[in-house]
Design a protein around this ligand. Structure first.
Ligand code: HEM
Length: 545
């Protein structure tokens, strides 16, 4: 909920008018009516004080009333022919144990399926959230009307905006084109040789966890895998795109990693995520968060520059970071733009693969006797990772996981540049935030049939050509937008898929994976989608390759 400075000013002026009356009689009595001056004076002071308190309380109450009104009801110019999701729905995961899929089933599924779009309170404002693939295609195609408007525009004063700034994912128009022309090559042609080495280190890390944990505890609780996956994803992305090694797989304590964990904790505090305008208050703890973020950004860029320049990698390699530094040296972009884009490479580059890999390990464990075995049989003799993209079972399994649990579930970062129409009859006013619900689109029964909610990798086809053709088909008609599609399609898809294949192959060669019996099967409460706090058991394979 946001009240602009102008609105506030207006409210204060209006209230001063409405509440000026109680002051006037007091002044009047004071000057003319009462004989005893001292008595009147003390009475008047008291009265004045009471009136002032009344006035302040009334202003306060009315402000609260207006804020509540703005939270509870969508703006009056929002389309009336789509349902409104009750405002409190989005707060439920914070106050109950409900996860985002339970919330979806209860409140979003039916209206999204029936109307294709709903009004949703999210990120302290009312938005239009769309789920029907045809509507997704429309907003993806009409880039100028449904213009990207990331946090740097939506909530420029927030910690999250300070972290990622104005980058290739959130930028629009000419600035976005410039970023895209600088970064596409480096994101599409990369050297992924470190993935295999890192997957081996990942296996080693799991073994260390296994040997360090009490056997009984292990049996019940297994290994909490998400922190380990994060370490793998950070090393993979820093080595492939940024030209340096975070080094978290071989060291338990890396200052830059600890710094990253600290700022993530500060950025993702639920209160500030739900009400980002609280960052305007500049509370001492938030000031610290902002300075930590700034420091992290500077250290990161410094590390990238030093590594690339000192090791003469800068001119010789195809790292996306070299291209960015070159663009900065040529003055095509400024230092802030360089920093924003290096940071987003790190952020999107490790967080999104981390989510997908978590879901992949979960589904491998859940389908141990079927898909895990099938894939193990497929990969156990592979010695050259370049053959992995040709394997039907492995690839259809990865694609199905990305469909069933799209890692970035709800994305609300488009803002209408003018009053417009969505579909035949949804009229959306100018300056409205419009977002898409990936899970709804990738579970749409008109595109996926009655088995849309089932985990069924076979739906993709039997041979790799059909599987990949199907993948492109569903991306093109937006019934699968886990990696977006079209003009603003994810530039890291190829890299992420390669990372997934190599890691799975290496892991399955070493272990049989099961879900730890003590782990509660649920997904994340909100935002990114994957099994929450996943714990797995790893058993050494008897037949090793
Ligand atoms: C499993 C992993 C990943 C998933 C599910 C994913 C998903 C997405 C999605 C949904 C978008 C569109 C966002 C929007 O509509 O605003 C996107 C854009 C993008 N992603 Fe990814 N991503 C993944 C991995 C990566 C990686 C590893 C990188 C490398 C840094 C990357 C770089 C990008 C870029 C640069 C864009 C913006 C493209 C543009 O607007 O021109 N992604 N990604």
């Amino acid at each position: 909920m946001e009240i602009s400075a102008m609105e506030l000013q207006f409210l204060v002026i209006e209230f001063s008018f409405s509440f000026s009356l109680p002051f006037q009689p007091i002044t009047f009595y004071h000057q003319h009516s009462f004989p005893s001056k001292p008595h009147i004076q003390s009475y008047t002071k008291k009265e004045k004080m009471i009136s002032l308190i009344n006035f302040v309380s009334l202003v306060f109450l009315m402000l609260i009333g207006i804020i509540i009104f703005k939270i509870v009801l969508p703006p009056l110019n929002f389309p009336r022919n789509i349902p409104t999701i009750p405002f409190y729905v989005i707060f439920l995961p914070s106050i109950t144990k409900m996860d985002q899929l339970q919330l979806y089933e209860l409140y979003l599924k039916e209206p999204l399926e029936k109307y294709g779009a709903v009004k949703l309170f999210f990120g302290a404002r009312w938005n239009i959230l769309i789920g029907r693939p045809e509507y997704l295609s429309e907003i993806f195609k009409k880039e100028d009307i449904f213009a990207k408007s990331g946090n740097q525009k939506k909530i420029p004063y927030s910690a999250i905006a300070a972290y990622t700034g104005d980058n290739i994912i959130s930028a629009h128009g000419e600035v976005w084109k410039k970023y895209r022309s600088i970064m596409t090559t480096g994101l599409q042609q990369f050297d992924d040789s470190s993935f295999e080495e890192n997957a081996k280190l990942f296996v080693k890390l799991i073994r260390t966890k296994l040997s360090d944990t009490d056997e009984k505890v292990l049996e019940q609780n297994g290994v909490p895998v998400i922190p380990l996956i994060q370490r793998l994803a950070l090393d993979n992305i820093s080595q492939t795109l940024l030209g340096f090694n975070f080094g978290t797989l071989s060291n338990d304590s890396v200052p830059l990693h600890e710094h990253l964990i600290r700022i993530k904790r500060q950025i993702f505090q639920p209160l500030f995520l739900t009400f980002p305008f609280l960052d305007l208050l500049k509370l001492p703890q938030r000031k610290k968060a902002f300075s930590d973020i700034e420091e992290f950004r500077n250290i990161l860029v410094d590390r990238v520059q030093t590594q690339l320049i000192e090791n003469y990698k800068f001119e010789q390699t195809k790292y996306v970071s070299s291209d960015l530094i070159r663009a900065y040296t040529n003055k095509t972009i400024d230092y802030k733009q360089l920093t924003d884009n290096i940071v987003i490479m790190l952020v999107a580059g490790h967080e999104n693969p981390q989510l997908l890999l978590t879901s992949l390990l979960y589904f491998l464990a859940k389908h141990k006797d079927t898909w895990q075995n099938l894939i193990w049989n497929e990969v156990k003799d592979v010695t050259d990772m370049k053959f992995l993209p040709n394997l039907p079972q492995l690839n259809s399994f990865i694609l199905e996981t990305a469909r069933i649990y799209p890692p970035l579930n709800i994305i609300i970062n488009r803002c209408t540049s003018k009053k417009c129409r969505l579909g035949n009859d949804i009229i959306i006013p100018k300056n409205t935030y419009v977002g898409y619900h990936n899970y709804n689109a990738s579970h749409d029964k008109t595109h996926w049939g009655n088995t849309a909610d089932d985990f069924e990798p076979r739906r993709w086809g039997d041979d790799i050509e059909s599987i990949m053709k199907n993948w492109r088909h569903h991306k093109n008609n937006s019934s699968l937008s886990s990696f977006h599609g079209g003009k603003r399609a994810c530039l890291g898809e190829k890299l992420a898929l390669s990372e997934m294949r190599i890691t799975i192959c290496e892991l399955l060669k070493q272990f049989e994976i099961t879900v730890a019996p003590g782990w509660e099967d649920r997904v994340t409460p909100a935002g990114p989608l994957c099994p929450a706090g996943l714990h797995l058991n790893f058993t050494e394979r008897e037949v090793k390759i």
